[in-house]
Every structure is written in C-alpha cells, then in structure tokens.
Design a protein around this ligand. Structure first.
Ligand code: G3H
Length: 494
C-alpha cells in the first residue's frame, strides 16, 4: 500500500529522487539540481530532493494565491473533515512514517512513533478547536465621547498565503503544527521542509493531498535554505511566515521578510535551577531526560543547571548515576538504545565537540563523555562552567549538559536573564509558592516547576522571548496567530 499511495512522489530509483509539489502536481525541477538526504546512522544516501528554481517558487506562490479565496470560502466543516482525514492517513501509515524518521533524522523507534502519534492527535485537536473560534461584536458607547452610533462586527479572517518552514528535529510534527492551523483558518500554504527531514516532509504533503486539500492550496517546495530561502521569504506573494529553526536563521529571515506577520520558534538554551529544598532524585531524573532526549536536539532541552556548591555535590552523583540507567548511546534502530542516537550529521557532531573543547580551554571540566565517533556524540556532563563559555552562550544542539555553580539564587536569575535566549526554564523546589515567585523574575517564555522544559501538551501556549521566538503557538494560539481580526463597522447615526 505505501508504494502505491506514494508512487507519484518519487522516480523510484535507488536511492529515489523525490519530486516537489507546486500545488498542482508532483514535478522534477528544471534546475536538474538535487540535494542529498544522508542518514546520520551510517552515512547512507536515502534519497535526493529537488532544488527548485525561482520560477518554480513563483509558480507555487501564484497557485497558492489563486486557490486561497475559494479555500477560505469553503465551509469550515469541510476543511475540518479534510484535516481529520489527514490525521487518519497519518495513523494508517504510522509504522512507515516512523521508519522514515528513524533513518532520516536518527530518532529512536519510540521517539519516531511518538512524533507520528502526537501529530495525528494534534491535527484532530486543531480541527476540533477551530470550531469554537468565533468573532464578536463591540458597541461604541463604552468609549467616552461615543454614543451607540457604531457597531463593530469583528471576524477572524485568513492572511492569504502562509509560508511554513519546518526544522529537521520534528519534520512531521513541526510541519503539521504550522500547515494545519494555517489551512483551517482559510490560508493557503507553501511548505518548505528541511533538507534533512525533507523526505518525511514530502510524504506528509502527499497525505494532505490525498485527504482532499484542493489543488493550489498546499505546495511543498524543496531546496537548501542557502539556495532558495532568501528568495522565498522575501517574496512579495507571502502574507505570513511561520518558522522553526535556529535563532540566527530566524533573525536573518525576519530581516529578509520585512513587514509580514511572523510566528517564529527559535533556539533555546534552557536552564534548570535546583533550589536547596528540591527533591533531588526528581531533579536528577528530569535533568537527564531533559538534557538527553533525542540526543539533546530539542529547542526545549535542558542545557545548563544552576545551583549552589552544597546542592551540586549531592546532585551531580545522582545525575551521573541516572545517565548510566536512563541513557544508552547507539544505533537508533536498536531496542537497546535509549535517548542518545547519532546527532543529525558528523559535521554537527564536530561543532558540538568544538564547543566542548573551547569551554574546557576556558576552565570547564568534563565529568563524563566529551568524545564522538562519526555522528555519535557521547552523553556529556561538564562542570566548572561559566555562562560566557560557548557551551552556554550558544545553543548546542547535542547531548550535553553543563553545571554552573552559583553563590546565590539571585545570581542564577541574573545569569538566566542576561542570556540572548529566553525559551523556557525549570525550577526544582518542594515549595510551589517559592517556585512561582522565582518564576516571576525570569525573562523566558514559560517556566516549568518540578519538570523539564517541553512544548507539550500541545494546547498549552508555547513561546520564546528575545532570540527564542516571536508570537505564541499552541492549538488555539496558533489558530489565532494564523488569522487576523477584520472589523466591519456599521455606522448608525442616532
Ligand atoms: O525543538 C523544538 C520543539 O518544539 C521541542 O518540542 O519539547 O516537544 O521536544 P518538545
């Protein structure tokens, strides 16, 4: 069944070359250029993606613009039905899609299946939630100086064409989290998957197409960010941009795009603060899970731990013990492997090692790990770390956690608030009131008390401040972000 269902999306060579979808059909680019998708597991080329031309981007955007008004006027219950059907198709191909993720981005079986299940559930939730989004009316006489002479009827309408750019670490889930709310609110979407993760992205597009998304409403264009990114995001046909990826790329896109609405989820270097009254066993478990899940390649991963010397002396042995129990580095296809598989590429692994070695040069100490083989980076714990060292000053997308010893918890807040990032922070304390008070002083998107940072559950608001993001995601919040208010004012002279 997968072969038949997905037959049009590739040329069936070994390895296959995948086609792009311009909203009207599956095509090979006139550029004749492709980019390789290489598995981080053994370096095997899994497939090739088209590098589309500027004219092909123009065409996808033109198709999207043409199809959008009709799509927005399609009854909501029909759009909802198509989205539920997409979720059903995703469940139907669960095993196949998960196996693609394992090979393409090196997720373990559990993580890959988790991403697929979560995506189907997310789509259903979006499709249910959108039905409770409604406009409102406002009377004018609430405002001083006005009588009842005006009535504002305020509707939510689509922006038009949304460009959705997904990252490699959740190429299905973080694609759907943009495409689905945009479509449900009546936008058309030009989807740009990551290169690594692009095979999964092309398959996802096919599922939406087969579920009944009409021609032109959704396209999938492929090519490296360096080749097509600037042209796409700066295109005059784009009405809104939704992006997940690194902070530097986010800042660059924002400059190229100019004055269009944006919903950006960017980098994080999330701290965990362990207060003196914390349940240290809980904190140690959450730190390990938070730092090493999917090899630390999550924007919500814990990157550093702030605590005082006496707590650190008790906490560190527990963290190291937990790593022995909870983490086993290896081939993600093996059931023995736990949390840490390969990072996305050997060159990404090398960058992680460089940050470690520069930090060690500045005085950090490796407690465990610190080496790599190909794309496998050992789970690494550093102590004697300072906030200016590269392992904390930058987002290191790998299985690495740093311990910073502080003299006081005010110092911990200062370190967190002086960071360029501001996605999430965790506070471990047995006194929830203390945790809430501490949270109030932190300049981050969300604070987790007694848990590691995470985006889910997916209907919670998810946002970053500073270089960690723009706008708010989460089911209802994403639906709102993918639409705008349109007041129509009835002037009724009294
Ligand atoms: O990498 C960014 C993701 O939004 C993180 O999601 O917390 O569910 O792993 P997660």
């Amino acid at each position: 069944m997968p072969a038949e269902f997905f037959s049009e999306i590739s040329n069936h060579a070994t390895p296959p070359t995948y086609r792009f979808f311009d909203g009207a059909g599956w095509k090979e680019s006139t550029s004749a250029a492709t980019s390789d998708v290489t598995s981080p597991i053994q370096g095997e080329i899994l497939g090739r993606l088209q590098v589309v031309t500027h004219q092909e981007i123009d065409q996808a955007l033109a198709n999207a613009q043409k199809a959008q008004p009709q799509w927005e006027s399609t009854p909501l219950h029909q759009r909802v039905k198509i989205m539920h059907l997409s979720a059903d198709w995703i469940r139907h191909f669960r095993g196949y899609l998960a196996s693609l993720l394992i090979k393409e981005i090196g997720k373990t079986d559990l993580e890959a299946q988790g991403e697929i299940d979560r995506t189907a559930d997310l789509i259903d939730y979006f499709a249910d939630e959108v039905q409770s989004i409604r406009g409102e009316t406002l009377d004018s006489d609430n405002f001083p100086g006005f009588d009842k002479g005006r009535l504002a009827m305020i509707e939510r309408v689509a922006y038009g064409v949304v460009v959705a750019i997904a990252p490699f670490n959740y190429p299905v889930n973080l694609a759907a989290s943009k495409i689905v709310p945009a479509l449900l609110m009546g936008n058309s979407v030009v989807f740009k998957p990551p290169t690594q993760g692009g095979i999964s992205g092309v398959h996802l597009t096919r599922l939406f197409e087969k579920a009944g998304v009409p021609q032109g409403v959704l396209s999938c264009i492929t090519g490296g960010g360096g080749d097509i990114g600037d042209y796409l995001v700066g295109h005059s046909g784009v009405d809104m941009l939704a992006f997940t990826g690194g902070s530097d790329t986010g800042v660059h896109i924002a400059k190229q795009a100019g004055m269009v609405p944006m919903l950006f989820e960017c980098g994080g270097n999330n701290p965990a603060v362990v207060l003196p009254d914390a349940d240290l066993a809980l904190a140690a478990r959450e730190i390990v899970r938070g730092a090493f899940s999917y090899s630390g390649q999550r924007c919500t991963a814990i990157k550093y731990v702030l605590t005082t010397e006496s707590i650190l002396n008790q906490l560190l042995p527990q963290v190291l013990n937990n790593i022995k129990e909870m983490v086993r580095m290896g081939d993600p296809r093996s059931p023995e492997t736990k949390l840490v598989g390969p990072v996305i590429s050997p060159s990404a692994a090398e960058k992680i090692l460089q940050a470690i070695s520069e930090s060690v040069g500045l005085g950090a100490k490796i407690e465990i790990g610190g080496k790599r083989k190909d794309a496998l980076v050992e789970p690494t714990v550093l102590t004697h770390v300072k906030s200016q060292m590269p392992v904390v000053a930058h987002e290191i997308f790998g299985p690495l956690v740093s311990f910073i010893q502080v003299a006081s918890f005010d110092e911990a807040s200062e370190i967190i608030n002086s960071s360029n990032y501001g996605l999430q922070a965790s506070i471990f304390t047995r006194d929830e009131g203390t945790g809430i008070n501490f949270a109030k002083n932190l300049k981050v998107g969300s604070v987790q008390i007694n848990g590691s940072p995470q985006r889910g559950p997916d209907h919670f608001p998810f946002l970053g401040v500073k270089h960690s993001g723009v706008g708010v995601q989460g089911v209802r919040y994403s639906l709102e972000a993918m639409s705008r208010l349109k007041p129509v004012v009835l002037n009724k002279p009294q």
